[in-house]
Design a protein around this ligand. Structure first.
Ligand SMILES: Nc1nc2c(ncn2[C@@H]2O[C@H](COP(=O)(O)OP(=O)(O)O)[C@@H](O)[C@H]2O)c(=O)[nH]1
Ligand SMILES: [Mg+2]
Length: 468
């Protein structure tokens, strides 16, 4: 175990609630000085005898004051949680003050004046990890819960916090350890050579372990989408109804809709939840040949956004035949993940699929009327189907990978196991076989954090928010 990489003798504090106007702010303190500091700055209200130590895990009403001036900073509720029964595993104090910008800042300044240090982003969770309150996947899940964009994403983060991923990894580790024990026994008792039947059994066990690891790795594509969302550009020539479609999907009037072609010149970005998948929708200027300088800039920007996007929603006016502007847009969709929307279906469909350039998938066509609001459900189904290729893992009950770090470590573990198999087949000595198995175990240990470095931890926790 690589615990206690970073000494945490110092006591840290941060505002744990978001800045701005809220009714309550929570100031969090963690470290050995927490309880002493609380006694210095907190005067319990009626019913509590001043000077008596506060019982842990009880909420007290009273006032925070500045011990050097005796000025009252705020009327608060506060609680002391004694180590190890706290989030970080250390003594923790939480002060519930009035919200807004000034009061919590005033309390923080009193704390900093008493030698408490401002917490770094994610430092409370880092301490929770270092003190063995949770493993690394669980600490990462805390941040995922805060940042979840859809219910499905939240469910996955909650599963991970409960330890579902650690359990899967633990299973892989146990199987590897069993085989390592057999190999090591052979190092100690070389006369008990592994017979051909035992060897074959070992090969089968390793192969099924590798396929278990790979099937977990395959869930990453879906997990990544769930966690980070999918950049989706709405493209089409002017006036086909792109902005109307954006508004329809958002169920609000976000973009300006106008019968004048070329109204949307900039771009608009909005997030929505499509069947559990977070989409970042980008409405762009219509793509067409133009001599207007500003519109031309809009078209350039639209093409750039299309390149950066992972999914294209290509909008066509289905009530008209395709023209050269449509063809240009469609050609840009060659080889891309795209859905073709025939809008204005309320006027009637004149468009024929045969007119589509041959590079286009004909089975991804959806009819909509942004005017009447029809076709939304079909469009959402088509988006979900295309992004999960129909084989979604997320019914929410089974853990999927949402973190590239986990996938890369699993890949390393699988590679170690493959090297082991090759050496085993070659009849290499057990010492060498054991090295490969230990490397695979280390890679699995990186995921849960048993094997880690300050660098890895720094990278993970610096992405957290302050106060978490
Ligand atoms: N009949 C009909 N008109 C639509 C539909 N969608 C958009 N329009 C109209 O087409 C015009 C252009 O719409 P807009 O969303 O601004 O198109 P954009 O230039 O592609 O963003 C507006 O007058 C809309 O009211 C539709 O489904 N049916
Ligand atoms: Mg528009």
């Amino acid at each position: 175990m690589n615990r206690h990489l970073i000494p945490n003798e110092d006591t840290i504090a941060a505002i744990a609630t978001p800045p701005g106007n809220g009714s309550i702010a929570i100031i969090r303190i963690s470290g050995p000085k927490s309880s002493y500091i609380l006694e210095l700055i907190f005067r319990p209200g009626r019913g509590n005898v001043k000077g008596r130590a506060l019982d842990p895990h009880r909420l007290y009403h009273g006032h925070i004051f500045n011990p050097s001036t005796n000025d009252i900073a705020d009327e608060v509720l506060c609680v002391l949680m004694r180590s190890p029964n706290s989030y970080t595993g250390e003594d923790v104090v939480e002060i519930h003050s009035h919200g807004g910008h000034l009061v919590p800042k005033r309390i923080l300044e009193i704390l900093f004046g008493l030698g408490i240090r401002p917490a770094n982003p994610g430092e409370f969770s880092l301490r929770a990890f270092l003190n063995g309150k949770m493993d690394l996947t669980q600490a990462e899940a805390v941040s995922d819960i805060i940042n979840a964009r859809t219910e499905e994403g939240l469910k996955q983060a909650e599963l991970q916090l409960e330890g579902a991923l650690s359990q899967r990894i633990g299973g892989f580790k146990e199987q590897t350890l069993d085989i390592l024990a057999e190999i090591e026994a052979q190092v100690d008792f070389p006369e008990d050579e592994i017979g051909p039947i035992a060897k074959e059994g070992m090969v089968n066990r390793i192969n099924s372990l590798i396929s278990g690891i790979r099937s977990l790795m395959e869930t990453y594509e879906e997990g990544r989408i769930l966690k980070h969302g999918v950049k989706t550009a709405i493209l089409g020539k002017p006036n086909v109804g792109k902005s109307s479609l954006l508004n329809m999907l958002l169920t609000k009037e976000r973009a300006i809709v106008s019968p004048l072609p070329g109204t949307t010149r900039d771009f608009i970005e909005e997030s929505i939840d499509v069947r559990g998948i977070p989409l970042v929708l980008i409405d762009t200027a219509g793509i067409r040949k133009t001599y207007d300088e500003i519109e031309h800039e809009g078209v350039r920007l639209a093409k750039k956004k299309a390149e950066e996007a992972e999914l294209l929603l290509i909008v066509l006016d289905g009530s008209e035949a395709l023209d050269s502007d449509d063809i240009e847009v469609l050609q840009g969709a060659a080889g891309r993940r795209a859905i073709f929307i025939l809008n204005k279906s309320d006027i009637g469909i004149k468009f024929t699929p045969e007119a589509l350039p041959s590079v286009i998938h004909r089975d991804r066509i959806v009819h909509t009327s942004a005017k009447l609001g029809t076709g939304t459900e079909e469009l959402k189904d088509a988006i979900r189907g295309l992004l999960t290729s129909g084989n979604a893992h997320t019914d929410g009950s089974e853990i999927i990978l949402t973190e590239l770090r986990h996938k890369l470590a699993l890949e390393k573990a699988a590679n170690g196991l493959i090297s082991f198999l090759n050496l085993l087949k070659n009849g290499d000595s057990p010492e060498f076989l054991a090295i490969e198995l230990r490397a695979a175990l280390d890679s699995l240990g990186e995921i849960t954090g048993e094997v880690t470095t300050e660098d890895i931890l720094g990278r993970i926790f610096s992405k957290f928010c302050i106060g978490k």
